[in-house]
Design a protein around this ligand. Structure first.
Ligand SMILES: [Zn+2]
Length: 327
């Protein structure tokens, strides 16, 4: 469970001086705004060039705009297996639409409080008068596949996600809110991460893939106060956006803005998000562990799924970067 907080809260585990220091590092240089903020389109109504002004709105509200529910998804392999087994008479784009409809039906089941399984979603579509004949034909086949091989044709739990429930959906370019949580200066963050890793190793669970309820906030290179980096941890205390899932085909993105003189990591929609769709962004997390990457199976279920939600930046890439930048 997570306690929802409207703004950044000082980290509890670190001493008060560090918490104060972290909050101070969030302050921007006098009157400074990043280039993107200065160039933004003020007519859109959800952005502001003036770094002294506040956010355009309170952002999305759970229970009003989105439902925070436990969701299930399927990996790229399962999506491929489903597509392979669909009737040959059904066109490829109809198959793609059908698989997206399965994901959508599972989300709606979750919002309704039902168990979001692949089989029940297929049954719903097979019997739906609103579905096209092609989609119904695909659904009938999927029902049989689920019964025949329930291990292969199975959705897996992907934790809490945010499903849009607002009538009419959320338009493109809407401000969804700030990514808030406990704030850590970089050195404390890495100390904490190292300690958490040691605990996982001690209890022989070092094979666990870390969960990502955190984001980094960087102070702009051109900020008169200089470059800096802070970490926002939303694992225990976080705003609703810390629960948005990863997708390889996202509909929202993070951006850095200065609001009331302080750095803020915000989320905005990059396209219209219809009712029943999930708000998701591309985590773009990096790992230098090939093992970790292979275990981080993505369950976004999208056609463009990259299989893992982690990007592998192999040792050689790191070496190249060091050669070029640390001479
Ligand atoms: Zn994916």
């Amino acid at each position: 469970t997570v306690e929802l907080v409207p703004g950044h809260v000082p980290p509890e585990e670190i001493d008060p001086a560090d918490a104060k220091d972290a909050a101070d590092r969030l302050r921007a240089g006098e009157g400074f705004a990043p280039e993107e903020q200065e160039k933004c389109d003020v007519r859109s109504g959800n952005d502001a060039r003036d770094p002294a002004s506040g956010p355009p709105s309170s952002g999305i509200v759970p229970g009003v705009d989105v439902a925070m529910v436990n969701l299930k998804g399927f990996d790229a392999h399962t999506r491929e297996k489903i597509a392979e087994n669909m009737p040959h008479a059904v066109a490829e784009h109809d198959v793609d639409e059908f698989i997206d409809l399965v994901s959508q039906t599972m989300r709606l089941d979750a919002v309704a409080g039902a168990d979001p399984s692949l089989e029940s979603a297929a049954k719903t579509i097979a019997e739906s008068k609103a579905a096209t004949p092609a989609h119904r034909a695909c659904a009938k086949v999927l029902v049989k596949l689920c019964a025949k091989d329930p291990k292969e044709f199975k959705a897996k739990s992907k934790g809490v996600g945010l499903v849009v429930i607002r009538d009419g959906g959320i338009p493109r370019g809407e401000y969804l809110g700030a990514y808030c949580g406990e704030l850590y200066p970089a050195w404390r963050w890495f100390e904490k991460e190292a300690a958490a890793q040691a605990v996982r190793r001690d209890v022989k669970r070092d094979d666990e893939v870390p969960t990502f309820y955190n984001a980094a906030v960087e102070r702009d290179l051109h900020d008169p106060r200089g470059y800096d980096v802070l970490f926002i941890d939303g694992a225990v205390k976080g705003s609703v956006l810390t629960r948005a899932s990863h997708s390889c085909q996202p509909n929202a993105e993070m951006r850095v803005r200065i609001r009331e003189g302080k750095y803020s990591v915000e989320m905005v929609t990059t396209r219209e998000v219809r009712t029943g769709e999930e708000i998701c962004w591309d985590y773009r997390c990096q790992t230098d562990s090939d093992k970790e990457m292979r275990r981080a199976i993505c369950l976004c279920g999208s056609k463009n799924c990259r299989v893992s939600y982690l990007h592998y930046n192999g040792e050689s890439e790191l070496a190249v970067f060091a050669d070029e930048n640390c001479a």
